[in-house]
Design a protein around this ligand. Sequence first.
Ligand SMILES: [Zn+2]
Length: 446
Amino acid sequence: MEQMLARLSPVSETSENVYAMLSKDVKLPKITDENGKEVQLTPANFIRFMESKNRTVRKAAFQAYYHTLDHFRDTFAQTLVGEVKAHHFYADARHYPTALVASLTANNIPVKVYDQLIQTVNQNLPLLHRYLELKKRALGVKELHMYDIYTPAVENENRYIPYDQAKEMVLAGLKPWGGEYVKILAEGFQNGWIDVYSTPDKHSGAYQWGGYDTHPYVLLNYQGTRNDVSTIAHELGHAMQSYYTNKKQPYISSGYPIFTAEVASTLNETLLFKSMYANAKTKQEKMYLLSQYLENFRTTLFRQTQFAEFEKLIHEKEAAGEPLTAESLKSLYLELNKKYYGKGTVSDEEIAMEWARIPHFYKGFYVYQYATSFAASTALAKQILTEGDPAVQRIRHSLLEAGNSAAPLDVLKAAGVDMSTSKPLEQAIQVFAETLDEWERLLNEK
Ligand SMILES: [Zn+2]
């Protein structure tokens, strides 16, 4: 039976492969940029245009992208439905009650964790709506549209941060980890762990890799923005987890799943944010940092949960024999978007095609882990900052050194967050609420 299933995999992968090729083949139009120049819109530069301070530019990018995807809506619907059907086929062949259970069982995660995330985030959507109201005010727009969401609410001082200074900022931010962690990091900075600048043909983005018997390697494309400094802290979070895991675990358990990996990395981002905020000299700087932190909550906790809920819904509908067409996927997505973004934000009809832009839907119940990891790391960062050394020792031993030696839920529980309950989610949402209060206070001050 397993041999049969294995031989089927090239067939069941067709949906994802066609989706990837289609996304590449679909040619987006040119739009007019901030300088009146015609530029080619691409999936890679889309978010940059969505962040534009010029509303005409970001609206043009938004409409151009989604109108183009809409021309191919039936094909995109078929590739997504094919993927869902494949999940059901494998789950059924292996006697799992649902595709969701089949996917989560690989990491020993109970379905309750998934459902609880959706439920807790849903209960707290009024907080997201409050954030969006404040963002609308900060941007000074009458209506907040989907094409306004990404643009920064607070003007950033566009100063170039030299890499040497970024290193100091990261080392200062991660000081709560204690002397040993910071010393290893400083050695890493010295000894070529990191490839810093962009060069022709270099892989884009940032990531961490390495072998069991090498030190970790980090790829960056450093451009000197505040975001880039945060990326260094993030990737070094992965690097330090690899470092400690490789040191403590035998080869067989030296890997670690995404469920715990993104905890170690986002924890560092939070520590860095706290330190930068404490050292911020002007009100403008504070407001900027707060607005970025709030955006992290929106894009990681709320948005990834919205995706997770969409995934769950389409699998349930397909399993119930309801036909999934472009029209039904679009209306399902639009309804969900209206629920998440609330009445104070205009859910422009174009957003109904957003699912066609998200490759993660072909990874089968994967994105919820971004939300759970972010909640876990928010709680753990708080423990480090309030408890100090005992929390550091516990988290290093139970999380950073654990690798695959235990199930991810047990690893996190030993580190100090019990993800089988909704408590860490509620704590993270509490931090979001407190950050909102602080931002509102500063907004009202002027
Ligand atoms: Zn990461």
